[in-house]
Write a protein that binds this ligand. Structure first.
Ligand SMILES: [Zn+2]
Length: 82
């Protein structure tokens, strides 16, 4: 869950992990720790026609989630980090 200081959502105020409820470290609008942000819109062929859902997970909760996957995730090494 993300909270912004303004209506246009330009400056991030805080992020709370939707699973464990812990507040992640945010400084000057920048996340200072591992965070998984999901933002998806379900289309016509889904059961959630046009519904947008968003959530955030801390790195620990993300790791717990992917551990339960039957098929392992794809992983590559990125040279440039944002
Ligand atoms: Zn968490």
């Amino acid at each position: 869950m993300r909270k912004y200081t303004d209506e246009n959502k330009t400056k991030l105020e805080k992020i709370v992990c939707n699973k464990c409820g812990r507040q992640l470290k945010v400084e000057n609008g920048i996340v200072k720790e591992g965070c998984f942000g999901a933002d998806t819109v379900f289309g016509y062929f889904s059961e959630k026609d046009g519904v947008r859902q968003m959530f955030d997970l801390c790195e620990k909760c993300y790791d717990e989630m992917i551990k339960e996957f039957t098929v392992p995730i794809d992983e590559t090494e990125e040279k440039e980090l944002c």
